[in-house]
Structure formats: structure tokens, C-alpha cells
Design a protein around this ligand. Structure first.
Ligand code: NAP
Length: 551
């Protein structure tokens, strides 16, 4: 909570530029918001970005093997037909350099860079009720004023730093996957340790194994990894995509995870056992997330179905991995929730230069000058790579010094977990909007970001048309969304995320309250819900400070 005297004074305003909307973050979300607010609403917009270029998570996460796990032709914007016709994705799953090139192309094509300040990290954003403005300060000493504050910092941008003792004693090279150096990192012929087997570690494993003399993977909880089955998009496939783009987007907007596949309506109990096996084999061969969306409709909600699909994957691991002990270590014990996609992940453990250490059974005690000490002994390395994930969901937003009405900080507001309306707005934080904020829908990100940005533009238009200066959700609307997010999360197999220590409930960060960080219901139902709010003329909101409550 800021004291009254700490609230930014109006006396200094002349020195500080004002814009209608200030966006934080130049990833998929920030650029979508910039397009909506500037091109469609004609607002004056400033975008502040800590990195040196556009890209957001794709600017920072340049580790070997970094690749998207949504089909590239829907991991992009749909707001411009010309853009989608001109851009050609080279592979089914685009790699990090190609995704960043795409966002650079978008920024150049729509002349976005003129409104972006790179290398500018926001250190505070304070709402000042007297002038109905947000006053935003940056690390390099700049101050901006704006009417609408748009956070587009992403759910996975605050890095979870390795918590191990002795980090600074290591004599070799240490790298964090999500802060990978821009220059070359030579792993050829080196003894490399990789700690962490989430989506990031799973992508790095085959790539590091192919160059290192020796790769030792330190795994705490095994994951379900489905084959991605990447391929090049040849001229025929490009033509097919471009000629059916409208149908592809329509299909994507109906699908649970906003992917270009059809959700099946088939229940596990509808199918006999021989056909169940056939359906799972088919989905496995087609690759991607088909095993959880296309084989049966009730993988996340029916215990028997979840168990059967989980057993299917465990048996695949046993069939692929030659060493039975390694196969058992790789086989997940928890329920199947959102699996990861791998590119020859399990096959990599058949290489002679790759080994797996189970750090649940043999925990890491410290980093030593020579390598890693576990309870059972010391391993020596030239390079240690950490892929320990993020303080996901709330992490990036609560570190920015955001204070709403009366100086109340977002950190205080979210002390017991995120509290938002639709993952977009927060009560007592008037005119603050989030693109892909906590409690938004966990699905194919650019599709969500685009929809949320367009929703924000509609909300601002509504205010302007009705002559309102400010809007914020009612505490009751927030309460109902928080309850709904929890009800959906704990009503599905996702509830076992806590046991697996998932970032989805904040369980990976010591001391963080356990609460769902994202909405895990279907994207289609989320889109319906937010559009309903528009149709209902934003009935979950109050305008011009009417929601003011005394605390
Ligand atoms: P993550 O899923 O949180 O995985 C972190 C890994 O580090 C886990 O194996 C975790 O073990 C381990 N770990 C964490 N703290 C540890 C500790 N103190 N000691 C030992 N091990 C520890 O992080 P991530 O792999 O970066 O992925 C995060 C999210 O980013 C994913 O869920 C996905 O949404 C996104 N992502 C997407 C892509 C893509 O599109 N292809 C690629 C990368 C990431 P436990 O499981 O036991 O906690």
C-alpha cells in the first residue's frame, strides 16, 4: 500500500507525456493490443518493452530446441487477411527464430515500432483517482501518464531462479533456459547437466544430446510426452491452409485449446476395448495433442478414461526406451493433464551419451565447483543448464509495482491468489486491462491474446460511447469468476497439478499461495463468456468509480 504522500503528484505532470493507452510488453499480446487500440480505435498508444526487440517470451526463450507446440498456421494473428496470406510458415511447429521473425515482420508491416520503447522496464504503475490516470515509471527514470493501462506481460515471463546452494562456486558455465545468451553457446563435446523436465527441458534434451559428449538429465517429476510429429509445410500444404483459412480459424475458435482440430463428442464408455486401442494408436501417430482431444471427450473428466490413456502413454514409453529402469523412471505416476509435446524425446534416452537421474529419490543438495551434488554423490560437468520454469500467472504482474485505488498494490490484492474478472480486469484497479492475465483461458496463446485485445477495445469503445471515464468490475463479478475458475480446475484431472507441483496453481514457487493461475475450461466457452459480457453491456462492471468501497 502506498502512503498518500507517495502517490504521484499532479504538479509534475507537465514534464510527463500523456497517451490514451499505455501497453506493457511487446509479445503476441502487446502487439495485438497495439493494433486494436491504435488501428481500430485510433487511440494514442505507447508500448514499453524491457527487451531489445519485439517477441516477448519468444525474445527471451532462445534455448536450443525452443519451438512452439501449437500448429504454426494458428500460432499467429488472424486480424489481417493480407498478413496471413503473405506470411509463410515453414514447419508444422515453428521454431523460436521463425516466430520472432514473424513478430518482427508484423511490427514492421504495421509500423508498430514508432510507438514502442525498447529496453524500458516498468518499475511502477499507480492509479491517480483525482485525474483518472495511471502514472507509470520506468527503470531508466522516465514517467508516463495514460488513461488506460494495458498489461501484456505474459503468464510465463518471470523466471523461477535456481534455488540451489553453491551456484556461484561452479567453475564451468551455468545457463538458464529462459535467459539463453544471444550469442553462440558451444556445447559440443562437453559434459552437460540439464535440470528440469518441463516443456522446456523436454525440448532441449534431444538437441543437447546430439552435440554434447554426455548429457545427464535431472528429473524430479516425469511428464507425459506425446510425439509432436513435425513436418515441413510444402507448397501444397501452404495452398491448402491459405485457401481454407476462414474454416481453420472457425474450427480453432470452437476447439477446447484453440487448436485446428475437432473435439470429439465420443465418450470412453461408448467404445469397446479394441476400438479404444485403435483410436489411441491413431491419435499417437497423427501427433500433437490429438490423444487428449480427438480420441475421447472425457480424458480430463472421467477417471477410467484418464487411467486408460495414461496407461497407453506409459506402455509407449516402455516400448520406446530400451533400458527398463530408465523407462520406469520416465513413466509418470500422476494423472494425465496437459501433456507435453516431444521431438524424439523418449528415443533420446536410448543414446549411449544420455543418462537420467531421479532427483525425487536422490535430491540435489548443492551446486559444487565441479558440478552437482545429490544425496548419493557428486556428478562432474562442464556446463549446467537449468530449465526450472517460471513464477507463472501472477508472477510478472506482481513485480511491477502496480497500485490501484488508494495505493493498494496488486501484490496485496492477490495475496491469496489471483482475483480477476474474466482474466482481464481487477476491481479497484480502474481502467487497467490485462491481455493474457492471470485467470484467462489456458489455450493457444495468440488466439486468446487477439480475442482479449479485441474485447478490451470494445470495452473502451463502450465507455467512450456512453461518456464514461473509467470502468472496473464489481467485487461480486470478480468473486464469481474466481469461484468459476476454481470450480473448473478442481472439477477436472487438473486438480492433480498440485501434487505434480505445477506452476498452474503456483505450487512450484515456495511460499506462493495455491490457487489456479489460469482458467482451464474450454477456449470456446471462454470466448462465449467474454462476448456475453459485451452483449450484456458490461453488466459485471461499474463505471466512474461507483464501485468504490471503503476498506
Ligand atoms: P515447468 O513446466 O514449470 O517445468 C520446470 C521443471 O523444473 C520441472 O521438471 C520441475 O520439476 C523442475 N523443477 C522446478 N523446481 C525444481 C527444483 N527446485 N528442483 C528440481 N527440479 C525443479 O517449466 P517449463 O518447462 O519452462 O514450462 C513452463 C510452461 O511454459 C509450460 O507449461 C508451457 O505452457 C510453456 N512452454 C511452452 C513451450 C512450447 O510452446 N513448446 C515450450 C516451453 C515452455 P517438477 O515437475 O517436479 O516441479
Amino acid at each position: 500500500m502506498l502512503a498518500e504522500s507517495e502517490l504521484p503528484s499532479e504538479a509534475d505532470d507537465v514534464a510527463h507525456p500523456h497517451c490514451d493507452a499505455l501497453i506493457i510488453g511487446a509479445g503476441f499480446s502487446g502487439l495485438a493490443a497495439l493494433y486494436e487500440l491504435r488501428e481500430k480505435l485510433g487511440l494514442s498508444v505507447r508500448l514499453l518493452e524491457a527487451g531489445t526487440d519485439v517477441g516477448g517470451v519468444w525474445h527471451w526463450n532462445r534455448y536450443p530446441g525452443a519451438r512452439c507446440d501449437s500448429d504454426s498456421f494458428v500460432y499467429c494473428y488472424s486480424f489481417s487477411k493480407e498478413l496471413q496470406n503473405d506470411w509463410e510458415w515453414s514447419e508444422r511447429y515453428a521454431a523460436q527464430p521463425e516466430i520472432q521473425r514473424y513478430l518482427q515482420y508484423v511490427a514492421d508491416r504495421f509500423e508498430m515500432r514508432r510507438d514502442i520503447e525498447f529496453g524500458t522496464r516498468v518499475t511502477s504503475a499507480v492509479y491517480r483517482e483525482t485525474s483518472n490516470e495511471w502514472v507509470v515509471s520506468t527503470e531508466d527514470g522516465q514517467t508516463f501518464r495514460c488513461t488506460y493501462l494495458i498489461s501484456a506481460v505474459g503468464p510465463l515471463s518471470r523466471v523461477f531462479k535456481p534455488p540451489f546452494e553453491g551456484m556461484d562456486t561452479f567453475e564451468g558455465d551455468l545457463h538458464l533456459a529462459s535467459q539463453w545468451p544471444e550469442g553462440p553457446v558451444d556445447l559440443a563435446g562437453k559434459r552437460v547437466a540439464l535440470v528440469g523436465t518441463g516443456a522446456t527441458g523436454i525440448q532441449m534434451t534431444p538437441r543437447i544430446a546430439s552435440v554434447a559428449a554426455q548429457l545427464t538429465v535431472f528429473q524430479r517429476t516425469p511428464q507425459y510426452v506425446l510425439p509432436a510429429r513435425n513436418f515441413l509445410l510444402d507448397a501444397g500444404k501452404q495452398l491448402e491452409i491459405k485457401s481454407t483459412y476462414d474454416e481453420i480459424w472457425a474450427q480453432t475458435r470452437r476447439q477446447a485449446f484453440a487448436l485446428p482440430i475437432d473435439d470429439t463428442k465420443r465418450l470412453f464408455s461408448d467404445v469397446n476395448s479394441a476400438n479404444r486401442q485403435r483410436l489411441m494408436e491413431r491419435a499417437w501417430e497423427l501427433g500433437g495433442f490429438r490423444l487428449i482431444f480427438e480420441a475421447f471427450a472425457d480424458v480430463m473428466t472421467d477417471e477410467e478414461c484418464n487411467q486408460a490413456v495414461a496407461d497407453f502413454v506409459r506402455n509407449k514409453i516402455r516400448a520406446i526406451v530400451a533400458d527398463p529402469e530408465t523407462a520406469e523412471r520416465l513413466a509418470p505416476k500422476n494423472k494425465l493433464t496437459r501433456p507435453q509435446l516431444g521431438h524424439h524425446y523418449y528415443e533420446t534416452y536410448n543414446r549411449a551419451n544420455v543418462s537420467l537421474v531421479d532427483i525425487k529419490a536422490d535430491p540435489i543438495e548443492s551446486i559444487t565447483p565441479k558440478g552437482i551434488r545429490t544425496a548419493s554423490g557428486e556428478y562432474e560437468f562442464d556446463v549446467i543448464v537449468f530449465a526450472l520454469g517460471f513464477d507463472g500467472g501472477t508472477g510478472a504482474m506482481t513485480q511491477m509495482g502496480i497500485c490501484g485505488r488508494d495505493g493498494q498494490s496488486l501484490e496485496e490484492k492477490w495475496e491469496a491468489g489471483p482475483r480477476t474478472y474474466l482474466g482481464i480486469c481487477v476491481d479497484e484497479f480502474p481502467n487497467m486491462f490485462m491481455v493474457f492475465g492471470p485467470q484467462t483461458c489456458f489455450a493457444n496463446a495468440p488466439v486468446i491474446s487477439e480475442r482479449a485485445s479485441s474485447w478490451i477495445a470494445k470495452a473502451i469503445s463502450h465507455m467512450r460511447e456512453q461518456g464514461h471515464r473509467a470502468m472496473e468490475p464489481t467485487p461480486e463479478a470478480v468473486e464469481s469468476w474466481v469461484d468459476h475458475v476454481a470450480e473448473v480446475y478442481y472439477g477436472t484431472a487438473y486438480k492433480h497439478g498440485k501434487d505434480a507441483g505445477s506452476w498452474l496453481v503456483g505450487a512450484n514457487v515456495p511460499g506462493k499461495p495455491i490457487a489456479p493461475q489460469l482458467y482451464v475450461g474450454s477456449a470456446a466457452s471462454y470466448f462465449d463468456r467474454i462476448e456475453q459480457e459485451v452483449d450484456d453491456e458490461f453488466k459485471g462492471f461499474t463505471f466512474d468509480g461507483q464501485a468504490r468501497v471503503s476498506r
